[in-house]
Design a protein around this ligand. Structure first.
Ligand SMILES: Nc1ncnc2c1ncn2[C@@H]1O[C@H](COP(=O)(O)OP(=O)(O)OP(=O)(O)O)[C@@H](O)[C@H]1O
Ligand SMILES: [Mg+2]
Length: 263
C-alpha cells in the first residue's frame, strides 16, 4: 500500500488567542490535493480568523501550518503569498477608482511584488494585458473591462475579486464568503465560476454560509464552532452529525442557507 499523498495544507493543533478570547482552539485539518474543502460554522465561529491565519495576516498562538513542504506559520504574509496562497475577503476589497482591467493587472503574478509600478503603467505590455483579459473573460467580465471597479454591480465586484485572486496564479485559493450579498441567480453563476476555477489551482478552501453553494461545490466539509472542529466528512456526513445540526438549530427556521450580513 502506498502512503497517503501529502496534503496541500496541513493544519496541526493551531490556536489563536486575542487577549482573553480563544478564537481558534486546538484545530487540526488537512486540505487535500484537487479538492474543494468547505468550511462552515455559525457567526463568530472562527472561519475568517482561520483564513487569516493561513494567509499570515494573523500569527498562530500555538500549533503549525504546513503548505506542501514548507512550514508557513511564522512566515510573513508576502512570503506566504509568494508560495502561492491567495484569498478573497469577506468584504469586497478592490481599487474602486481603477478599471476592472487595471485591478486585474496589478494582481498579475509578475506584478505581485510591485503593484505600484503596474499602477503607473510601468512594465505594462500587451502580454500582461492579454493575460489579465484572460482572467477577466474567464470570470465573464469582458464587457466590463474598462468600467471603474467602484461602479460594478455587487455580483460583478465579487467576481472581479476572484479574477484578481486567480491572476496571481495561486496554488491554494481561499474564498471567504464569496456569495455574501449575492442573489440566487448570482450565486448560481458563482457556483459555475468556482467549479471552473478548480482546474487552475491545486485546492480551494471555501468558507460560506450559503448551504446551496457549499453543498454543490464541496468534496468535503469541516464544521467549526467556538474555534473547534465540530464535524468533518462528506456534506451528507456533516449534515447528519448531531453536533452540527445542534449548532444550527438555534437559527431561524429555514435558515440553513443563512442570511448574509452584507445583503
Ligand atoms: N482582530 C481581532 N481581535 C479580537 N477578536 C477578534 C479579531 N478577529 C476576530 N475576532 C473574534 O474572533 C471570533 C471569530 O471571528 P471570525 O471573524 O473568525 O468569525 P467567522 O466565523 O468568520 O464569523 P462570520 O460568519 O460572522 O464571518 C469572534 O469572536 C471575533 O469577534
Ligand atoms: Mg467571517
Amino acid at each position: 500500500m502506498s502512503a497517503p499523498p501529502t496534503p496541500v495544507l496541513a493544519i496541526e493543533s493551531i490556536s489563536k488567542d486575542f487577549g482573553g478570547l480563544r478564537a481558534i482552539d486546538n484545530l487540526s485539518l488537512d486540505v487535500r490535493s484537487g479538492e474543494i474543502l468547505g468550511i462552515v460554522g455559525p457567526n463568530g465561529a472562527g472561519k475568517s480568523v482561520l483564513i487569516n491565519l493561513i494567509t499570515g495576516f494573523y500569527r498562530v498562538s500555538a500549533g503549525t501550518i504546513r503548505f506542501k513542504d514548507d512550514e508557513i506559520s511564522g512566515l510573513s504574509r508576502h512570503a506566504i503569498s509568494r508560495l502561492g496562497i491567495t484569498c478573497t475577503f469577506q468584504n469586497v476589497r478592490l481599487f474602486r477608482r481603477m478599471s476592472v482591467l487595471e485591478n486585474v493587472l496589478v494582481a498579475n503574478k509578475g506584478h505581485a511584488a510591485s503593484p505600484f509600478a503596474s499602477l503607473f503603467g510601468v512594465g505594462r505590455n500587451k502580454r500582461d494585458i492579454d493575460q489579465a483579459m484572460e482572467f477577466i473573460c474567464f470570470m465573464g467580465l469582458s464587457e466590463r473591462a474598462d468600467q471603474l471597479a467602484g461602479t460594478l454591480a455587487y455580483g460583478d465586484a465579487r467576481r472581479l475579486e476572484i479574477a484578481r485572486a486567480l491572476a496571481g496564479e495561486p496554488r491554494l485559493l481561499l474564498l471567504d464568503e464569496p456569495a455574501a450579498g449575492m442573489n440566487e441567480e448570482e450565486t448560481a453563476a458563482l457556483i459555475d465560476d468556482i467549479r471552473a476555477s478548480r482546474t487552475r489551482v491545486e485546492a480551494i478552501v471555501l468558507v460560506e454560509h450559503d448551504m446551496t453553494l457549499i453543498c454543490e461545490l464541496s468534496d468535503r466539509m469541516v464544521a467549526i464552532d467556538y474555534g473547534r472542529k465540530m464535524a468533518e466528512g462528506t456534506t451528507e456526513e456533516v449534515f447528519a452529525d448531531p453536533l452540527f445540526t445542534k449548532a444550527y438549530l438555534g437559527l431561524e427556521a429555514g435558515d440553513l442557507a443563512l442570511e448574509n450580513p452584507h445583503g
